[in-house]
Design a protein around this ligand. Structure first.
Ligand code: FAD
Ligand code: FES
Length: 287
């Protein structure tokens, strides 16, 4: 097992689980944006995630038993605390329960957890800007990354892909970017995969001047990894595995490393330099 390197600018979670008041729960296409006020937590960094439960959790048959992992999609500090936005796709008992939380109800959070996205200068010292590539609900961590890059005056282009209208949403979180869309059913943008757009974009860029940050389903991440490896473009992938604890103690999120051995995705990731993995197709991951 690789040793976690804490030599990054991750924000560490305070001990314990915190109760946050849900302040909004809105539809965005086929997804929900659930917002909660974290009165006592720190401001997270893009790429970090939280383990979430509702106040009421295990339902009929006991499921879901465990908290669920969600990337933070935006965070805004005020005198009342930090407003955290999560973009959810209701696909199972945990996501459905969270998506059904009403304003005034309690969202329980542990976090922020994991390693944030690297700074552009660390990922690719000569890059002129960032290309963000998101697929489906994987757009969530790219929304806060886009804003962090914009705050630093770093140029960014966003390529977002969706399966169909029902499995899409959250575009308003990207309103300031140069944005190109793809959909498999052709309901918006290019008909096909978001990686088709990336391949065209990388044709026009020198390998040194581009850097890619990606999050999405494993097959999309693997296509991004392979494209960038072929062209010598630096890339960082926000990956997913099922996570039982989220903070390094269950070893359930182990991902094999290209150099041999494993990392725990919850503490050594979820953002991973694409060169560190042989494949983004991890057994057990993907909806
Ligand atoms: C670091 C991280 C960040 C995430 N961010 C988001 C987010 O911003 N928005 C969002 O909607 N979802 C996100 N997810 C995925 C989310 O955690 C799962 O969809 C959720 O746990 C499913 O719980 P459930 O009880 O609704 O469904 P379950 O019944 O537990 O799962 C439904 C299906 O999804 C598969 N699945 C469950 N968890 C995962 C997982 N982690 N990776 C891949 N497949 C899984 C299961 O195998 C099953 O087929 C993230 C996961 C990780 C690890
Ligand atoms: S989820 Fe438990 S060690 Fe990573």
């Amino acid at each position: 097992m690789a040793q976690p390197s804490l030599a990054d600018d991750r924000v560490l979670a305070p001990f314990g689980r915190r109760d946050c008041e849900v302040v909004a729960n809105e539809a965005t296409g086929g997804y929900r944006v659930v917002s909660a006020l974290d009165a006592h937590g720190p401001v997270p960094r893009a790429g970090q995630f939280y383990m979430l439960t509702g106040e009421r959790w295990g339902g009929e048959g006991g499921r879901p038993y465990l908290p669920r992992a969600f990337s933070v999609a935006e965070a805004e500090a005020s005198h009342r605390g930090v407003r955290l936005d999560f973009v959810l796709e209701p696909i199972g008992p945990g996501t459905r329960r969270l998506a059904g939380l009403g304003v005034g109800e309690t969202l329980r959070v542990t976090g922020p957890l994991g390693r944030p996205f690297s700074a552009l200068a660390a990922l690719a010292p000569n890059a002129a800007g960032a290309i963000l590539v998101g697929g489906g609900i994987g757009i969530a961590p790219l929304a806060i990354l886009r804003r962090e890059l914009a705050d630093r005056g770093i140029p960014q282009r966003a390529l977002l892909g969706f399966r169909d209208r029902a499995h899409s949403g959250g575009l308003e979180l990207f309103r300031c970017s140069e944005l190109r869309l793809a959909s498999e059913d052709g309901h918006t943008g290019h008909q096909g995969y978001v990686t088709d757009l990336l391949a065209v974009m990388l044709e026009g860029d020198d390998a040194d001047s581009a850097a890619v940050y990606a999050c999405g389903p494993p097959a999309m991440l693997e296509a991004v990894r392979a494209l960038c490896a072929e062209r010598g473009v630096a890339a960082e992938l926000a990956m997913e595995t099922p996570m039982a604890c989220g903070f390094g103690s269950c070893f359930g999120c182990a991902v094999p490393l290209a150099a041999g051995g494993y990392m725990r995705l919850c503490v050594d990731g979820p953002t991973v330099n694409a060169a560190d993995v042989e494949s983004a197709l991890i057994e057990g991951s993907g909806h």
